[in-house]
Ligand binder design. Structure first.
Ligand SMILES: [Zn+2]
Length: 464
């Protein structure tokens, strides 16, 4: 156990006396940010926002009626939190629905299998697809596969995701999910089953998530097996007999839908058109209640803006804060792309952007992606973050998925990296529920965000 977990907050802050960093902001600004940081640690309200979202809305798959209820919830919540203005901007996308899903081993040893259809997947014929399994250890092995062995079969990819604090195992493993279907189809497969992209090796809960079809190839249905079910398939295959599986999916795309990015602002104390941009995505997968992905990010960033909103005008930072609850990130970053399209010309008004979309674990590193002249300011931010157990990282932050289009346009970014050691145990599963969130951890997140927001918004920089 880490030492800081044993110390009450007051003791922690006493130990970590302020370490001044050279930079453009005066001591008074550092003191104000420190006060907000410590107020967040004492109770930020983020947990209660996520509790309300997961209780009154719950799963909010993009394009469902729950999507519309979530949008209204976000509007109402921003208003109740005292934001100065709230509006919505349209985001259109195809509607995917899961429908029924089942899979079973037909022979040699009949058993049912726990699966989840992959987002975007087409369905099977009503009677299902019954075919022999052809197994590959990884996506890379599938690329080397030969059509003769695959033709007419169900491809299985068995790669395991590696656990890591920064979640790097996801990027390594997820290609089997996102690209496997089209390469299997290219070799003549009728369907694909993958080992779930997740780290819960002993949970019988499958992990969903998007697959994306390459337009050059035929579309085939795709689903994820829970880790223990993937083990079972491999155990049967080790016995050397052909394993025949029946897969039935009712999934498919049904029309178009227009959801909304919900955008809210808190003004700064000056008459400024510039602001710090933070946010998370409002949609979730349908299996859990979307507490970690991404109720947490919505709660963290909404609560951060609310802390600035509660300040008397004269005590607010110079510039404002804008919080965005992005529509449909999960099925193709539709909200983030719509935002970039609508606001590309206002790029100069965005002082910095930061998205929270990695659960509710404690923040442990502060990355940035800013022009050289902003680095001394970032050093001052880092000094206020240090007592939270946050180390200064590099200047190559990626930012969240919803900010990727803005990153490409050149918006400065901050990355407040969360501990993702346990995140992929529950990611995109029925287990993504509120009980996985710790109040103190989520408050630590808000403490970091509010420090960043206040200090950058207080800095009277020329537009980047
Ligand atoms: Zn997410």
């Amino acid at each position: 156990m880490m030492l800081r977990a044993l110390l009450p907050i007051a003791a922690l802050l006493a130990v970590a006396a302020p370490v001044a960093a050279e930079g453009p902001l005066p001591d008074a600004a550092i003191e104000a940010a420190t006060g907000l940081r410590d107020a967040a640690l004492a109770g930020s309200g983020a947990y209660d926002i996520v509790e309300d979202l997961t209780t009154r809305i719950g799963p909010r798959l993009a394009g469902t009626e729950a999507d519309a209820r979530a949008v209204q919830w976000a509007i109402d919540t921003f208003q109740a939190l005292g934001y100065d203005r709230v509006w919505t901007e349209p985001v259109s996308f195809p509607v995917w629905s899961r429908g029924m899903e089942s899979a079973r081993v037909v022979s040699p040893w009949p058993q049912s299998l726990a699966i989840a259809a992959l987002g975007g997947s087409i369905g099977t014929p009503e009677e299902g697809i019954q075919a022999e399994i052809v197994a590959f250890d990884s996506y890379a092995d599938l690329l080397e596969g030969d059509a003769e062995a695959v033709e007419g079969k169900i491809v299985y990819i068995g790669n395991r995701m590696r656990r890591a604090r920064d979640g790097r195992g996801y990027g390594e493993a997820v290609i089997a999910r996102s690209r496997g279907a089209s390469h299997a189809a290219k070799l003549g497969a009728r369907a694909i089953l993958i080992r779930s992209i997740g780290t819960a090796a002993n949970s019988r809960t499958p992990h969903t998530g998007m697959l994306s079809y390459d337009i050059a190839f035929r579309r085939i249905p795709g689903a994820a097996l829970s880790n223990p079910d993937a083990d079972l398939i491999e155990a049967m295959l080790r016995r050397g007999e052909p394993v025949v599986v029946e897969l039935r999916l009712g999934a498919g795309i049904r029309g178009e839908y227009t959801s909304q990015n919900v955008i809210a602002e808190v003004d700064g104390r000056e008459d400024s058109d510039r602001f710090v941009l933070i946010g998370g995505h409002l949609d979730s997968w349908d299996l859990g209640t979307g507490a970690l992905d991404n109720g947490a990010g919505v709660g963290i960033t909404m609560a951060t803006g609310a802390m600035i909103a509660k300040l008397p005008r004269a005590q607010r930072p110079r510039h404002g804060v804008r919080v965005v609850a992005f529509a449909n990130e999960e099925q193709g970053v539709h909200g983030g792309r719509a935002y970039a399209q609508a606001h590309a010309e206002a790029l100069q008004r965005h002082l910095i952007g930061a998205e929270s979309d990695f659960g509710a674990g404690r923040i442990w590193r502060f990355d940035t992606r800013v022009p050289e002249p902003m680095l001394p300011l970032m050093d001052q931010v880092a000094a206020v973050l240090a007592p939270l157990g946050i180390e200064r990282g590099g200047n190559e932050a990626r930012g969240g998925a919803d900010l990727s289009a803005m990153r490409e346009l050149g918006m400065p970014l901050a990355g407040l990296l969360q501990d993702g050691t346990a995140y992929f145990d529950h990611h995109h599963t029925a287990n993504d529920t509120l009980d996985k969130i710790d109040r103190e951890d989520i408050d630590q997140n808000v403490a970091a965000y509010v420090s960043l927001v206040y200090l950058v918004a207080e800095h009277d920089a020329p537009a980047p």
